[in-house]
Structure formats: C-alpha cells, structure tokens
Ligand binder design. Sequence first.
Ligand code: ADP
Ligand code: MG
Length: 369
Amino acid sequence: VELSYGTSQRRRRLKVLINPFGGKGTAANLYKTYAAPIFAAARCQVDVQTTEHRGHAIEIAEQLDLDAYDAIICCSGDGLPYEVFNGLGRRPNGREALAKMPVALLPCGSGNGMTWNCLGTESVSVASLALIKSFRTPLDLVSVTQKNTRTLSFLSQSFGIVADSDLGTDNIRWMGAQRFTYGFLVRLMQRTIYPCDLAIKVEIGDKRVIKDHYRSYVSQEYDPLADPIRVEAASQSPALPELEYGTVEDQVPKDWEVVPGEHMGNFYAGNMAIMSKDTSFFPASLPGDGLMDIVTIDGTVSRTTSIKMMNEIPTGGFFDMADVNIRKAKAFRLVPHEKDGYISIDGEKVPFEAFQCEIHQGLGTTLTK
Ligand code: ADP
Ligand code: MG
C-alpha cells in the first residue's frame, strides 16, 4: 500500500458525502456555504454525493474507486463515518482499504465527536480549513459482535443512561445537540438502573497508571514511518483481522474481570476523548493506543453526585471522582438483563442483545490537524 505521511497533501481529491437527514437537516447548506469555497480555494477536486437512505454510505464506501480519491469527507454527524468505516471493512481487501483511505467528518450532525477530537472545532469553516492542511493518522477500530454479525465502531459503545439519552430522544431532533443533555437530565431525575452482566479484558485498571500511560504516549515523538502497525497491515490477511477473543457466542475467556452489573447506571466505552461539546468523557483515551477506555458508574449513586459528575466533565475533575470507574481494556462483553432498551454504537441504535467488543490497533485512518 502506498502511504503518504509527514507532509500535508496538495490538491486533494475528495469524496464528499452529505447526509440530508443529519442534525437539524442543514448539512447541504452548511457544506455549500462554509466548506465548498475553502475546498475550491485550495484547488481540491471534489465529488459530492448525497446519501439517499440509511446504509447508503456503506454501499458507497464498499464500491468506491479507492485510487480516485485521497479522502472521504462526511458532512453529517458521527453516523456517516460509522457507515463508511463499515463499508471499507466489507471490501475483500478490508485491511488495505481501511489503511489507505482516511475518513473525516465535517460537523453537520447532532453528535460530531470525530471533528471535536481530530480537528478541535465544531465550526464547519474552521474544520474545512483544518482538513485541507491535515495529516493522515491511524485510528483504532473496534469489532462489535452480536449473534453472528460483526460490525466496526470508531467512537463509542454505550449502554445505560447515555445510550438512552442518545437514542431515546430522536423525537426531539429539532433541539440539536441539546437533546442529549435534556434526555440525560430527564433520566437522571428518575435515577434509572440498567442491570447487565459485564466482563472486561482489562489492561490497566489503576487510574494513576492510566495517567502515566497517557503522559508517556503523548510525550513520544510520533514517527509514522516507524509505526509497526502500518508496516504489518499490508502483509497480513487482506480481509479484517481475526478476532483474538472470539465472538459473543463463545465462552467468556477465564482471565477477564467480572464487573458487578446489577445496578449499572452508565456503561460507556470510548476510543476518543471528546463525545460532544465540552464533554471530554474519556480524558485519558488515545485514538491509536490499541486500548479502549471504559467508564462504569453505578446507578445507585445519589442525584447530587450525578449532577456533580456532569459539572466536573468540562472542568476535568470527572476522571478522579471516586464513583467514576475507569479501565483501559482490549475487549469486553455486556449482556443486558432486561428485554427492551438501548445499545448505542457510535450513536447508532443496534439490537438490544448481548454484544462483545474487541479493539484493533490502528486499523482505520483519519485526518487530524
Ligand atoms: P446525527 O448526528 O444528527 O444523528 P448522523 O449523520 O449521525 O446525524 O446520521 C443519522 C442517521 O441518518 C444515520 O443513521 C444515517 O444512516 C442516516 N441517514 C443517512 N442518509 C440518510 C437519508 N438520506 N435519509 C435518512 N437517513 C439517512
Ligand atoms: Mg485507544
């Protein structure tokens, strides 16, 4: 695989996908007003396509001529990049496609986590400018198995109050990103519990060691050409990587930590720090360290503590709170006890049934400033 690292590339050839349904439904206008003029000034070659239905971006990414483009730019929320990664992963040469084609997000949805993390903004024009000057960066992807299916996730997996607030508020899309906060507060007042079985393949379970891991990682000079993952990628099997821990249908491996889940309030696993504006929910997460950060919070903590947690997120005190459990992990399995509810993968609804996740270091590629 030809990989271009180090310098930012001139005259990029961009495949732009617009989700007319994302956010408040204004993606086409945002793109035309704030992004297109910047791409034109940078002499990018742009090919714009509007998605026509749910899952359309999977089909587009599965069939796209990868030699004809330098990046896929989604004008949407996190839902479209999720589809694009899955489309690339479905190709017979999934690994190579994911290593070759960067996927980026122009923030036009209600949840724009990817842009916050990679480009540091929620302004479409600032993000466009950052994109034309951006660098290719490897991104961990997570395999999610449910029954006999396997999908890829790039951002988050949630069960409990966050999944409920994300997915149970589709009827109030007009609120934009406020619907998540509103949904969260309404549920908090009811102090809901989401019982489940949970087992985690923990790599680092101690908050102090997590901080050390983070510090030593970010202080390293990043040398993409020396990146071991990248060299490996092309020489391995062309399809997706083997599942090291099997699927949700296999036995839970013996060395996984069993976490009590009868009173689960919030199960949230993340691969990037920021989930939405001012919400660095996973402050120690690193998008390329081959580990996911898992936050669990008991549903029986008092409302006062819950409100305090919310308030501590923007100020950075959240991580150290005693009721906030954080583990860095390679895999986990979650089995809901109840019949109905929500499981969210990258903000998208998936069937409410047992799921297992395992992370693959640097399987995907994105663009960062
Ligand atoms: P938001 O952040 O507002 O949820 P997203 O871009 O994440 O916005 O997308 C929400 C959903 O819209 C995704 O599930 C995606 O599959 C779906 N979608 C994409 N194109 C269309 C379309 N033309 N009509 C309806 N839904 C679509
Ligand atoms: Mg990571």
